[in-house]
Design a binder for this molecule. Structure first.
Ligand code: NDP
Length: 263
């Protein structure tokens, strides 16, 4: 299903990390539909260039895939500079790439910690800094960074099912990145760079495939709007925050969760 949002991004260029599948693909699609050139940053999925080509053909706007591991600061700076040259000037970033480790706390390892935090916190930081470096000292309008955090920055949701799977590293990494959003917003307000977070509830993607069926069924029954989200139901909030309609908004965290935080 397509999102009805019609903000005009013609002539703009936006980077979406993890933009080749799941929630990120929802962002890439919505941006391309709204007229933005889109740089899809992915880690290793061989289908990413094909996904970019399909979006480009469908929406008649430049969409290109760039392989880059956002946990590597140097590689991220180099890739974003290349994107700026190929498709720029870049004026928006959606720092969306994220991973999880679904295991009981007793089984989580230092390796799991490093995997989750290096993408969800350091990877977001590297992406934000690489974008801000492109913008430093230039007189560009409406520079906006949107970070995909999660409803789990606030709550430990699976605990309600009595499943011994609270994703403690994932949840705490999202609390960290929501706080990082505020820190960067405070520091970069003077450069007129806005930084906000979109925090989805459960969304149907590869990531939620890893969750036990029991958890997904429990959540469906307890989400006020009655189901998990589709990726396209998350994109509208990001487009709004990237747009000039949000030009006085920074440091916020916006929940798109079907009402899950009501209780
Ligand atoms: P997916 O697992 O579907 O996709 C993850 C994306 O991140 C892929 O595009 C992947 O690239 C990319 N990625 C992972 N690691 C790196 C890396 N080191 N460098 C560059 N790209 C990387 O995730 P979702 O769409 O489910 O989630 C997207 C974001 O939304 C994440 O931050 C997640 O935590 C958050 N979120 C998800 C929810 C959900 O219910 N699904 C709920 C709330 C938040 P590749 O394809 O090459 O591997």
């Amino acid at each position: 299903m397509s999102s009805p949002l019609t903000i005009d991004f013609s002539g703009k260029c936006t980077i979406v990390t993890g933009g080749n599948r799941g929630i990120g693909l929802g962002y890439s699609r919505a941006l391309a539909r709204a007229g933005s050139r889109v740089a899809i940053v992915y880690r290793s999925n061989p289908d990413a260039p094909k996904v970019a080509k399909e979006l480009q053909e469908q929406y008649k706007v430049k969409v290109q895939a760039y392989k880059c591991d956002v946990t590597n600061a140097e590689q991220t700076v180099e890739t974003f500079a290349r994107i700026d040259k190929d498709l720029g000037p870049v004026s928006g970033l959606v720092a969306n790439a994220g991973v999880s480790a679904v295991k009981p706390a007793f089984d989580l390892t230092t390796e799991d910690f490093n995997k989750v935090y290096s993408v969800n916190v350091l990877g977001v930081f590297n992406s934000a800094v690489a974008a801000a470096k492109l913008w430093r000292g230039k007189d560009l309008r409406n520079l906006s960074i949107v970070i995909t955090s999660s409803m789990s920055s606030q709550i430990i949701n699976q605990a309600a099912t009595n499943e011994p799977l609270t994703q403690v590293f994932y949840n705490s990494s999202k609390a960290a990145v929501s706080n990082l959003t505020k820190g960067l917003a405070a520091e970069w307000a003077q450069h007129k760079i806005r930084v906000n977070a979109v925090s989805p509830g459960y969304v149907y993607t590869d990531q939620t495939h890893d969750l036990p069926k029991k958890v997904v069924e429990y959540e469906k029954q307890h989400i006020p709007l009655g189901d998990l989200a589709r990726p396209d139901q998350i994109s509208g909030q990001a487009l709004f925050l990237l747009s000039e309609y949000a030009s006085y908004m920074t440091g916020g965290e916006y929940f798109v969760d079907g009402g899950q935080l009501i209780w």
